[in-house]
Design a protein around this ligand. Structure first.
Ligand code: DGJ
Length: 377
């Protein structure tokens, strides 16, 4: 299941890497069992390190639907290899019309710890039962214990009536000229240009911005950020959270307007913020994208796909979900990704690959021994 130091050395010899701290491959797409011998069911997940233990939160996927029939699961580990099933951290409910009604969509949960409130705060992407992906909401839940159970707080769209801090007066003026009725035909050059200028941002100003695929990032100074696909998945937003991490502070930027990015993951290394995302092709894999910035507020610059080698143009058949900094190993990061199996979602697999760095400290991701990436459907 996991490939250790030997493979790491092999990987690092292909690219001129400067990563003595790199960790091995934790999972390479095989079935990954928990300590009781059952397949780990925690997809689209994220990991929190707290007081000597890693907690992995993810979507429980069932055999026949990608909707949430159980909720968000939690697994615990001391070594990132052996994971104990801690059960359901946030459960769906059976009340008709409730946000978390069984059959809703709960995706990409991430948990951070708030030192001041002594509270674990979970954010995830929520879609209401029976409404497809139209709600485009984000939701928050809290717990006094990392294993939960988490108490559901609320769901929302993001930052109503707030303009992004990176929009100039001139850009604001241009956005205000845009009329949705003039752009009924999607995917034309004209339409792309309007989207870039804020066609959907303006449309959703009063209700709050759409929030689908997401991650959280807690910076060294304790400030936390929600990074999510917004504006019909056309544009990423980075929004600061309030001091208790339970709401948005009203400060955000747009990243790669019109660039169609999903599955954001983020980490910081040697003072640079790195973001690895995917394109938008549903459950099918596509090429990862990578951005960097000197501050969380940008400017964000796009780089080449960080994946290299065979099938790197499809992120090795996977889609990123989180970048995990390995505790106590400065510079060691794991790229956590999901190999989705939409026909049997519970059989979706994991790729946990080390991030190595070039001599110029650019992240690189390789997968050893790729057999097939065409088995998705
Ligand atoms: C791609 C997203 O990254 C997934 O989390 C999920 O929302 C699928 N789209 C649904 O098609």
């Amino acid at each position: 299941m996991f490939v250790g130091v030997g493979v790491t050395c092999l990987l690092t010899s292909f690219v001129s890497c400067a990563t003595p701290a790199a960790f091995g491959v934790l999972c390479n797409g095989e079935e990954w069992m928990d300590t009781q011998g059952n397949p780990i069911n925690a997809h689209g997940g994220g990991v929190l390190y707290h007081q000597g233990t890693y907690y992995w939160y993810g979507e429980h996927k069932s055999d026949f639907t990608t909707a949430a029939m159980v909720g968000i699961t939690c697994y615990a580990s001391k070594d990132l290899r052996r994971w104990e099933n801690c059960g359901v951290a946030l459960s769906v409910v059976d009340s008709v019309g409730a946000d978390l009604e069984r059959g809703c969509v709960m995706e990409r949960p991430k948990v951070i710890y708030n030192e001041t409130m002594k509270q674990f705060v979970m954010w995830f992407h929520l879609e209401l039962k029976g409404k497809g992906y139209s709600a485009a909401r984000t939701a928050v839940a809290v717990s006094d214990s990392p294993k939960g159970p988490f108490r559901y707080v609320r769901s929302m769209r993001v930052n109503p009536d707030v303009l992004p801090i990176d929009m100039s007066d001139k850009q604001w003026g241009e956005m205000m000229q845009l009329q949705p009725k003039d752009y009924k035909k999607w995917w034309t050059k004209r339409w792309y240009a309007a989207v870039e200028k804020g066609l959907f941002l303006k449309r959703d100003m009063a209700t709050g911005q759409m929030a689908r695929d997401m991650t959280l990032f807690k910076d060294d100074d304790g400030k936390a950020y929600h990074i999510y696909s917004s504006e019909e998945n056309m544009t990423l937003h980075i929004a600061e959270l309030s001091a208790d991490y339970c709401s948005h502070k009203g400060k955000y930027i747009r990243v790669a307007p019109g660039g169609m990015n999903e599955a954001p993951t983020i980490f910081k290394h040697k003072g640079t913020y790195w973001m690895i995302t995917s394109g938008c092709t549903g459950w099918d894999p596509n090429a990862a994208r990578m951005f960097s910035a000197p501050t969380i507020w940008g400017p964000w610059t796009q780089h080449e796909n960080p994946c290299v080698g065979e099938h790197s143009e499809l992120t090795f058949g996977a889609q990123g979900t989180f970048v995990l900094p390995v505790e106590g190993r400065q510079g060691a990061f794991l790229f956590m990704a999901d190999v989705w199996k939409p026909k049997c979602p519970s059989d979706s697999r994991y790729l946990w690959l080390p991030i190595t760095f070039t001599a110029e400290w650019t992240p690189v991701i390789m997968r050893p021994n790729v057999v097939s990436v065409a088995e998705n459907n």
